[in-house]
Ligand binder design. Structure first.
Ligand code: TXD
Length: 316
């Protein structure tokens, strides 16, 4: 029997028309992942100008959908996916945790507006410190856990994969690797499971080389902040968020590491943490749980402690 095609128009909204939000909008246009793309910000004129600029790329890219710039949440109504990037970004010397207090306030406000207009949307949270912000969105929205997910692991794993590919001079897309845990210094780039075309990296790189790659991955965001000085990474974060949105909008069932709400998985309860998930039309459709080695479990526990500290600082 022929499968019925789902022809319902898809809508993606992006909250925050700053560096990451703009990059996400661009990647979303390039990949044509939605029929309507809405870019919203509180700064007057900013989303309007950026959306108009992006609209003028459509003949070059061949994107035929709508691109809307707005400061009115009514324009986000009935979104299928909403990427949240609103908030402050790091400057040199700042940790992600330094952003917490101000960003909690922003994220609360944004979430309250979003839920009025899009009660069924999947929310992809990008704002830092991500593991606490996604918890804030979950609590304030009252949405079921599968509708709320944080972006960090896709980016951290992309960084890990890029550095492995560079060290081995191989195609980055042939590198498979997973970063779990918190989006911070205690993140866990899994060495045992990293491979190139199916060959474990431990067979191809020395311990020192691997250690360097793991360290560079853990501090991948800070390395960019040091260079930029006025802001943080935006291109890879924008694409990482779009990769997640695409899997949800197109029901691709991609297996990607995301901050998902854990209720016993990996022995962890009541926090959002980076784990491998299946992303489909319902958002987080499954968490892929597997046994961790004792040192990995111990490292993940450090992540849990870091996240719990962040979450308690949100006052939720
Ligand atoms: O891996 C990850 N999760 C991340 C997270 C990777 C990169 C960046 N990450 C975080 O995303 C970063 O630490 C920040 O917390 C957010 C957004 O970073 P970006 O670099 O885009 O920051 P900008 O350029 O300062 O943009 C933020 C925009 C800006 O235009 C503000 O006017 C807007 O957010 N803003 C708001 N929009 C809507 N509503 C409210 N209340 C609001 N407040 C600020």
């Amino acid at each position: 029997m022929a499968m019925k095609k789902n022809n319902r128009k898809k809508k993606l909204s992006i909250i925050g028309a700053g560096a990451v939000g703009t990059a996400a909008a661009q990647w979303a246009v390039c990949r044509s992942i939605a029929d309507t793309i809405v870019l919203l910000d509180v700064v007057a004129g900013l989303p309007h100008g950026k959306a108009l600029d992006l609209f003028q790329t459509s003949p070059l890219y061949g994107y035929a959908g709508n691109i809307v710039g707005t400061d009115d949440y009514a324009d986000t109504a009935q979104s299928d996916v909403i990427i949240i990037t609103a908030g402050l970004a790091r400057k040199p010397g700042m940790s992600r945790d330094d952003l917490l207090e101000k960003n909690v306030r922003i994220i609360r406000e944004v979430t309250e507006e979003i839920v009025k207009y899009s009660p069924d949307a999947c929310l992809v949270v990008v704002t830092n410190p991500i593991d606490a912000m996604v918890y804030t969105v979950f609590k304030v929205s009252g949405f079921p856990k599968h509708q709320v997910v944080g972006m960090a692991g896709v980016l951290d794993s992309a960084r890990y994969r890029a550095f492995i590919a560079q060290a081995l001079a191989v195609a980055p897309s042939d590198v498979t690797a997973l970063v779990m845990g918190v989006h911070g210094d205690h993140m866990l780039p899994l060495v045992r499971l990293a491979s190139v075309g199916g060959v474990p990296i431990e067979e191809l790189l020395s311990k020192d080389e691997i250690e360097n790659i793991v360290g560079r991955t853990q501090h991948g965001g800070a390395e960019i902040v040091q260079h930029l000085k006025t802001g943080s990474a935006f291109s890879a974060p924008g694409l990482a968020a779009v990769e997640m949105a695409q899997s949800i909008l197109k029901d691709e069932k991609r297996v990607v590491p995301c901050a998902a709400y854990l209720e016993g998985e990996f022995g962890i309860n009541g926090v959002f943490l980076g784990v491998p998930v299946v992303l489909g039309k319902n958002g987080v459709e499954r968490i892929l749980e597997f046994p961790l080695a004792p040192d990995e479990q111990e490292a993940l526990q450090k992540s849990v402690e870091a996240v719990k500290k962040q979450v308690s600082a949100t006052g939720l």
